[in-house]
Ligand binder design. Structure first.
Ligand code: AMP
Length: 405
């Protein structure tokens, strides 16, 4: 299938071709015709599958041109500032030949520019929930003309405590509208929200949403907790990387590891939610343009951030939430490029690791980093499950043969 067959607006098609896309990704092939028909969609897709274009291209095609009233006809809600910024960038690229205006609304920056953009009139608003509500309360914008509402990464929005804001925003939109709803996981709270906001939706689901991208080679590196930092430094010295994200569980860890790596002359950028918006932007821009080959981040960067050419992801800690594992390692191996993801694991994290392996329904290979001086020989067998199971006589610890590679 080619993009020409999907029914997109010719000016959108022109921008897509200029961007260099030749064939639609599976989610695009599935979602674009349905969105163009004006139907509601509930979708889940692995990260890096081309989801953003899957909802932006048909939406732009439908909006097509300016409305005289200039109250937004499309609202795209995103959980984080970075994701909102990224979607806005995509809209600017795909919509460059259309007579439409889009604006980005998120916290952490001054109100003035956003107020002016809203007062001048916009067709598309890409926003995070908190700041959008501020503008609604100040009377800076009305959602009464919204024809297309995109709720992206809904599970993340709920994790971040935006459920009430999202509900309030949805109820400020007209009932007669198209809603596109994306969530990697669909727990009960999200199911209820989906039932409330969607009408007769078409489901678009691709790939095992639990499985990491197939182009990522991932492995666990067991190590004593006290040697984690030494192993990290050793890996960075020996690895052949272009750019690497190191995920930590806490902001304090992120700051501490950054400091230690800077002391060892590694150029690093740091991103977490206690940093100011300009610091976050400088970190991400510096990482994207290659000034900093290493980004240290908490899970704020694990979802949806699209930075090309990330060759490695290192989890300094085993993530506490299973989904975060899949999202974190999905930062590499994007758009069918190969990537590697290493997780440093100490025995106090056994229960997290078991939960992840249960979630992704496979055992992650354990490896030893040759050449690193371990204080204690790492245990390369799958660690004993937390819940006791009867030993059926196979899979003795240390026997190897772990899952797929
Ligand atoms: P996303 O899952 O939306 O974050 O997209 C992941 C990456 O794939 C982005 O860098 C897109 O620019 C790229 N991409 C999206 N659609 C296509 C396509 N049809 N062909 C090639 N690359 C694409």
């Amino acid at each position: 299938m080619t993009f020409d067959e999907l029914g997109l607006h010719p000016e959108v098609l022109r921008a897509v071709k200029e961007k260099g896309y030749e064939i639609p990704t599976p989610i695009q092939a599935q979602a674009i015709p349905v969105v163009l028909e004006g139907k509601d969609v509930i979708g889940s897709a692995q990260t890096g599958t081309g989801k953003t274009a899957a909802f932006c291209l048909p939406t732009l095609s439908r909006l097509e041109k300016r409305d005289t009233e200039r109250a937004p006809r499309c609202l795209m809600l995103e959980p984080t500032r970075e994701l909102a910024g990224q979607v806005d960038e995509n809209i600017q690229i795909y919509g460059k030949y259309l007579d439409l205006r889009a604006t980005l609304i998120h916290g952490g920056v001054k109100y003035g520019g956003q107020e002016k953009a809203l007062a001048d009139g916009v067709d598309i608003v890409v926003a995070t929930p908190g700041r959008l509500i501020d503008h609604m309360e100040k009377g800076n914008l009305s959602l009464r003309n919204v024809e297309v509402l995109v709720l992206d990464e809904v599970d993340r929005m709920l994790d971040l405590g935006f459920i009430e804001d999202v509900t309030r925003i949805v109820s400020a939109c007209p009932k007669e509208r198209q809603t596109l709803f994306f969530s990697a996981t669909v727990p009960d709270a999200i199911k209820r929200l989906a039932e409330d906001v969607l009408q007769d939706p078409v489901s678009v689901e691709l790939g095992g949403r639990r499985s990491p991208a197939e182009t990522v080679d991932h492995a666990i590196y067991p190590v004593d907790a006290i040697q984690k930092f030494d192993l990290l430094v050793h890996m960075l010295e020996k690895m052949d990387y272009e750019s690497v994200i190191i995920f930590t569980r806490t902001k304090i860890d992120a700051d501490r590891i950054s400091r230690w790596l800077i002391e060892r002359n590694h150029p690093v950028a740091t991103m977490h939610s206690d940093r100011t918006q300009s610091e976050r932007k400088a970190a991400l821009d510096g990482f994207k343009n290659g000034k900093y080959p290493i980004l240290i981040a908490t899970d704020i960067a694990s979802r949806g951030l699209d930075v090309s050419g990330i060759t490695h992801v290192i989890n300094y800690n085993v993530p506490q939430h299973c989904e975060d594992y899949v999202h974190r390692i999905g930062r590499t191996g994007r758009a069918l490029k190969e990537g590697e993801a290493f997780t440093l694991f100490s025995t106090d994290e056994t229960s997290f690791l078991h939960n992840i392996e249960k979630f992704i329904e496979s055992t992650i290979p354990r490896r030893k980093w040759e050449g690193f001086h371990y204080r204690n020989e790492p245990h390369l067998g799958a660690s004993a499950p937390v819940r006791k199971r009867r030993n059926r006589g196979f899979s003795a610890p240390g026997s190897g043969g772990f899952g797929r590679r």
